[in-house]
Design a protein. Structure first.
Length: 687
């Protein structure tokens, strides 16, 4: 319970205790947490003071275990060369080569040699505060996750599953009346039917199954598949009650044939498990729909009709047909406007339909229209669990004069009108830094991380000279060699050099040495001297991680990476939790990834969390430079909606904007009333 609370809200639950803990014992707790980079609020410290020594010890064990895992301190991270970084800085290339050969040929574990002791750590980041929470606040996590109008990450789903596992049927009181996002509903529905079966759960699911695709997603979730439907699913066995529920939901749709044709092959496979023939007399529409699929009966779908109209140059007819489906109209608006349709007629249709378009789609369209034609590269993030970026030159025809501005104004007006129906905010102040943070619109492929950042977000680097990158992994079923690399590019995206296992030094970067086997776990580090890199003309540092032995990260017991800010690399241990700014778990199906980029000119870290495509002969940075360069350009030209614009729309609809923070009733800032890192609240209350 407290693990979820600490990760998501920075709070924990603790009842008043039996008393007896001394001031010295409380100070020891504070000192333990400080080593991990955290501190207790006065309220939390007061509650700890009410505990007995035994209760205090139990609480500390629980806090320390969770906070250590959040930063990576639950593992021992030691470099190959025990005297890193001094050894790599001082030793000649020939000596480095000789030491590395001893390691590769003899498998000598160089980190078993005791290094000279280092002086205590100097410096460290500001401590993150841990507060005392309530049961209501904790249960609100479940409600907000379920209410999200956008996709959830795997961590989000795991936490939702925990609530359903623990609360069983009682979790229904914590679920919102309306679950807006269909993928999230499917996951919740399958979890309820599996973990809390009974009439109440079945009624909850049945009342919310509105389309054939809803039923398909629930079946996919039951079979532990991809509810986005980007990847095919191998369906498992369904209990009779589950088969009845899904087939009756199809019958309630009227004629589900058209919707089922969108996922024709999936429904054929699912039909083999549902046995609709057993219900052909009672559910005739459902039986007929399955026969339509199996016999390939001709049936023109809605999207098929739209494509036909557009091919025949009848864009006005396509726009008229799309008016019946506002979401589809919004997604195809750019295409319609550049396809010869009457501009004013299309915009008027969109104006009439905008109130029925979902908030995330309106926000994305608003941002797209504001940035239309400004970047040479079109960037795509395909739907699905695999985080990938694709880029292509923007060869689309220009929109008619004034069309982009007029359509963006329609989006803005519709959003303000919608937000105005919510509770007033009063005078608002928005931190300008939120322009660099992306709104959390799609998290399905997001990795677990210390701070929840949306892909494309930029955070300011601390005032420090050195950044130390770190990586830790443990072997899977066989020997596993994971490599940490940093590729240097100039401001024009020209490649300069790479610091990796095959090149330990360059441009102000230093690698700790290559470890090729990790039966007990292994770590690699890269130190980056930021002033030297800037002086050498480096504009970007692209951090990439490659599975040289080609095991995907999901096959490893554990693999994580991150970065520390170090004012002095000669003090402290190679890994110090107090200096960790971000940490990310690598658990995807990929074997190469790019977690973040350092933009040295703007002094920012850019959150990427993307896989690197391609199948090179040797999976390392040198053979993946084209993929790294593409992601670098994609992040530079990404036009996703930012948090500042989202909060600005809310302020205009529900209050007013003020220039000074002291004048505000609601502050949107990291240390304000609404934090940009409180993703659960943003998704549930502002999207």
């Amino acid at each position: 319970m407290n693990g979820i609370f600490l990760r998501r809200k920075g709070k924990f639950l603790l009842k008043p205790g039996d008393g007896g803990a001394s001031a010295m014992q409380l100070a020891m707790v504070q000192q333990e947490l400080e080593q991990l980079g955290f501190a207790l609020t006065s309220e939390a410290l007061e509650r700890l003071g009410s505990q007995s020594p035994e209760q205090l010890a139990r609480c500390l064990r629980e806090l320390r275990a969770t906070l250590a895992r959040m930063t990576g301190a639950h593992r021992t991270l030691r470099p190959l060369f025990p005297d890193f970084p001094a050894g790599v800085l001082r030793v000649e290339e020939a000596q480095l080569y000789q030491r590395a050969m001893f390691h590769y040929v003899t498998r000598l574990q160089l980190h078993e040699i005791e290094p000279e002791p280092s002086p205590p750590l100097r410096g460290g980041r500001a401590l993150r505060l841990i507060g005392l929470g309530s049961a209501e606040e904790f249960e609100a996590i479940c409600t907000r996750l379920a209410a999200s109008p956008t996709s959830l990450s795997q961590q989000d789903k795991d936490d939702l599953a925990w609530f359903i596992d623990q609360y069983r049927g009682q979790v229904l009181r914590m679920l919102p009346e309306r679950i807006a996002f269909k993928e999230n509903f499917a996951f919740i529905a399958a979890a309820l039917l599996r973990r809390a079966p009974g009439p109440r759960s079945e009624a909850f699911v049945r009342e919310r199954l509105a389309t054939a695709t809803d039923a398909l997603r629930v079946a996919v979730a039951w079979s532990a598949g991809d509810v986005s439907l980007a990847e095919p699913t191998r369906f498992g066995r369904f209990p009779r009650a589950m088969r009845r529920l899904l087939l009756h939901a199809l019958e309630a749709c009227g004629d589900p044939s058209e919707d089922m044709l969108r996922w024709k092959e999936r429904w054929k496979r699912l039909g083999e498990r549902l046995h609709p023939g057993d219900y052909r007399e009672r559910l005739p529409a459902t039986w007929n729909a399955f026969q339509t699929l199996r016999e390939d009966r001709p049936l023109e779908t809605f999207n098929g009709a739209i494509e036909r109209e557009l091919r025949q140059g009848r864009a006005d007819a396509a726009a008229q047909r799309l008016s019946a489906r506002p979401g589809e109209l919004a997604r195809r608006l750019d295409h319609l406007l550049r396809s010869g349709a009457d501009r004013d007629a299309v915009l008027e249709r969109f104006r009439a339909a905008a109130a029925r378009v979902s908030t995330p789609v309106l926000l994305q369209l608003h941002s797209h229209l504001r940035h239309r034609g400004r970047a040479p590269l079109r960037v795509f993030f395909p739907k699905g669990d695999a985080a990938r970026a694709w880029g292509a030159p923007d060869r689309r025809a220009a929109l008619p004069d004034g069309a982009a501005e007029a359509a963006a104004a329609i989006c803005r007006d519709a959003l303000i009108a919608r937000f105005a129906e919510r509770a007033p905010l009063g005078p608002c102040w928005i931190d300008p830094a939120l322009r660099d943070l992306r709104a959390p619109l799609a998290q399905r492929s997001a990795s677990r991380s210390l701070r929840t950042l949306t892909r494309g977000s930029r955070v300011a680097l601390p005032q420090t000279r050195f950044i130390r990158l770190f990586l830790w992994w443990k072997n899977g079923r066989g020997r596993t060699d994971i490599d940490l690399s940093a590729a240097f590019f100039d401001r024009d995206f020209g490649f300069l050099d790479t610091v990796s296992y095959y090149n330990l030094r360059g441009y102000g970067g230093h690698h700790s040495g290559d470890i090729v086997d990790a039966p007990q776990g292994a770590a690699e580090f890269i130190d980056l001297d930021l002033p030297r890199l800037r002086e050498s003309g480096v504009g970007f540092v692209a951090v990439s991680i490659h599975s040289f032995t080609e095991q995907p990260y999901c096959d490893l017991p554990e693999c994580f990476a991150g970065w520390m800010a170090r004012s002095d690399i000669a003090s402290g241990e190679p890994f110090e939790a107090r200096t960790v700014h971000d940490r990310v778990d690598l658990a995807s199906k990929q074997n190469s990834c790019m977690p973040f980029v350092l933009d040295l000119e703007r002094n920012q870290a850019v959150w990427c969390d993307l896989g690197i495509g391609g199948r090179p002969r040797w999976n390392n940075a040198a053979n993946q430079l084209s993929g790294v360069s593409l992601i670098l350009r994609a992040m530079e030209h990404d036009a996703a909606p930012d948090l500042y614009t989202l909060f600005e729309l809310h302020a205009q609809a529900r209050g007013s904007l003020v220039a000074e923070r002291a004048q505000a009733q609601t502050v949107f800032a990291e240390d304000g009333d609404v934090s940009p890192f409180d993703v659960d609240r943003i998704r549930a209350e502002f999207l």
